[in-house]
Design a protein around this ligand. Structure first.
Ligand code: ATR
Length: 274
């Protein structure tokens, strides 16, 4: 029987996930489809019950439900447990619902695909300390990167991520700016520079190490002011499309056991947004 998958969120109309997963199902000759469903916060529990009753095989969870969905699931895997947030749900054969989080690992896969390899030894600076930063911090640590420094406008939030990780520390934005040349990899995870959010940069990346790699998890616009400045200062840069595609690819693999073609998808989305 044809399987179906979904993404739930509010808003949801702008999501590129349905087109991405539908293309992967077709490319892998799988009889399945993927639909966007607008679910408001008040109706989340009801929506989860309906998805289960109507035979959905799995779904993605986006803003604002990544934490709120947890009480309605039967269990979490280690990544979702660690991040206390879920972006992927798989419905098991017995009907139970398992929550996963592929955001952080998606970032690491994108980085390694983009660099062609593990970027190797060197200090890593994470800018921002929200939900996205937390996932990326744990995934970078698990993949053997570090030592890790976390900087954030609100220092306390950077500290709260750093204390949970060996080999991690927090520093103020001013400290990060003045020690920028010590970092091999810099990852921008704040919302600064996002379309329709705030313009500008969380700080100026003008004292970079030679051969620094600078990543921004924002993909709309394709190049934030931060990334543009980093590139002008000689860094190899990576925007957020890779992370978006790989978090989706990991969800696809969680449901089907197959890792889909990410390179073609990154090119396609880059063209659409370009
Ligand atoms: P997400 O889940 O996408 O990471 P979030 O949890 O709302 O989103 O986190 C947003 C991040 O962007 C935080 O690090 C936030 O800094 P604060 O913790 O100080 O709020 C950062 N951020 C948002 N607006 C900012 C701004 N104008 N300047 C600097 N940092 C900003």
């Amino acid at each position: 029987m044809k399987k179906w998958y979904a993404v739930i969120g509010d808003p949801i109309a702008q999501s590129m996930s349905p087109a991405m997963h539908d293309e992967w199902f077709a490319a892998n000759e799988m009889d399945a489809s993927y639909i966007p469903i607008h679910v408001t916060a008040e109706r989340l529990e009801e929506a989860v019950g309906s998805l289960r009753t109507l035979g959905c095989s799995g779904w993605n969870v986006t803003v604002p439900h990544k934490q709120a969905i947890i009480p309605f699931l039967d269990r979490l895997d280690a990544s979702a447990e660690l991040m206390n947030a879920v972006n992927t749900v798989r419905v098991e054969a017995d009907g139970s619902l398992v929550g996963f989080n592929t955001d952080g690992r998606g970032f690491v896969r994108a980085l390694e695909e983009s660099c062609g390899k593990h970027p190797g030894e060197g200090k890593v600076l994470l800018v921002g300390a929200g939900g996205a930063a937390r996932g990326i911090a744990f995934a970078l640590h698990a993949a053997g990167y570090g030592p890790l420094s976390i900087t954030n406008r609100t220092l306390e939030k950077a500290r709260s991520i750093a204390v949970g990780l060996p080999n991690a520390s927090s520093l103020t934005i001013t400290e990060a700016e003045s020690s920028l040349s010590n970092f091999k990899l810099i990852v921008q995870t704040t919302t600064v520079g996002m379309h329709f959010a705030q313009h500008g940069m969380p700080f100026n990346p003008n004292r970079l190490a030679e051969e620094a790699i600078v990543a921004d998890i924002i993909y709309n616009p394709l190049e934030t002011e931060f990334l543009e400045n980093a590139r002008a200062n000689g860094a190899e840069t990576m925007n957020g499309i890779g992370m978006f595609v790989h978090q989706g690819a990991l969800a696809f693999e969680t449901w089907t056991g197959t890792y889909p073609n990410t390179k073609k998808m990154i090119e396609k989305i880059t063209t659409i947004l370009g």
